[in-house]
Design a binder for this molecule. Structure first.
Ligand SMILES: [Zn+2]
Length: 309
């Protein structure tokens, strides 16, 4: 065993969508569509990955792939994983099971046609998996040929979230048996009594780099991974702006000028792999290298991951 084998793996993930793909109620701005920066922003993120010798998992919207196949080819040619973010950034709770299946099948077919590789991973737009749609979400993903999902926020966002959902990778148990889909949810921490996902989007832009690094290491000590996530627009001060109210504008655009450097600081010294290369057995394997206390903690969590949907 090498030293590297004993380090817990994490993931760098990017949701590849345009600046106007957000789900704020009553948002304006998407009529004046300009997308000139997307390719350059993705390239900049991949350059940063190269600097750290990291490969990322990119959840790409089907409509972006259709309109800009060169972005998909760039991601693939640079050695990163092509995964699906659905076709048109439609929230799952606004779709029927049939509509959801059409959305994710269409996205998968377009991505696979351009990339020439099997697409295994899916991320829901705006973490829109809920306790209600979970009962068909995982079955539908499996039927459409996906094998893992990274779609659950185990707390509350301004839109969605599932408080109480396990914060480690597992195959959710929704009744008689566990789904074949591996769910890799957000890792969480607690700030001022509120559970937050510290490693992506607004919180990554807001929180101090050292705080994020310490929390990655805290989760890794349990043998569990953390995923980082960002959108290309989050490193682009010149990106067109949505017409949002004060609070949502703050959440959407805070600290964009410094985010690329911050991401670099968070990446430093941690191990990252592609999500498709991760197995739930890695949780058990990594926990076996830790103390008895850590091992029993992880085992208990895995055993108790049968919960009410
Ligand atoms: Zn998205």
């Amino acid at each position: 065993m090498t030293d590297n084998d004993s380090i817990v793996s994490n993931f760098v993930t990017f949701d590849i969508e345009e600046w106007y793909h957000a789900n704020y109620v009553g948002q304006a701005g998407s009529g004046e569509i300009s997308s000139a920066n997307l390719f350059a922003n993705v390239e900049s993120l991949l350059d940063l990955c190269d600097e750290h010798k990291i490969r990322s998992t990119c959840f790409i919207l089907g409509c972006v792939a259709r309109d800009k196949p060169e972005v998909v080819r760039l991601i693939l040619d640079r050695g990163h994983e092509v995964a699906s973010h659905g076709f048109n950034h439609e929230l799952i709770d606004k779709l029927t099971p049939v509509g959801f299946r059409e959305d994710i099948s269409k996205a998968k077919a377009i991505l696979e046609d351009i990339a020439g590789v099997v697409v295994r991973g899916y991320r829901a737009p705006s973490w829109s998996v809920t306790r209600q749609n979970m009962v068909w979400f995982y079955d539908t993903l499996a039927e459409a040929g996906y094998s893992y999902s990274s779609s659950v926020y185990p707390g509350r966002t301004h839109l969605f979230g599932i408080p109480g959902f396990p914060t480690f990778p597992h195959h959710p148990n929704l009744g008689e048996e566990r789904t074949s889909i591996l769910e890799i949810p957000h890792a969480m921490t607690t700030v001022c009594g509120k559970k937050i996902a510290f490693s992506g989007g607004f919180f990554l832009r807001l929180l101090p780099t050292e705080f994020i690094r310490r929390n990655i290491e805290r989760v890794n000590r349990k043998g569990l991974p953390v995923f980082i996530y960002l959108h290309p627009r989050e490193i682009d001060v010149e990106s067109p702006r949505l017409n949002l109210g004060l609070v949502n504008r703050f959440i959407h655009y805070y600290n964009i000028a410094n985010t690329r450097d911050k991401l670099s600081g968070v990446m430093k010294g941690h191990k990252f792999i592609l999500m498709k290369d991760y197995s739930v057995f890695d949780v058990a394997r990594n926990s076996n290298k830790k103390s008895d206390k850590a091992r029993s903690h992880t085992t208990d969590e895995l055993e108790s991951s049968s919960y009410e949907a």
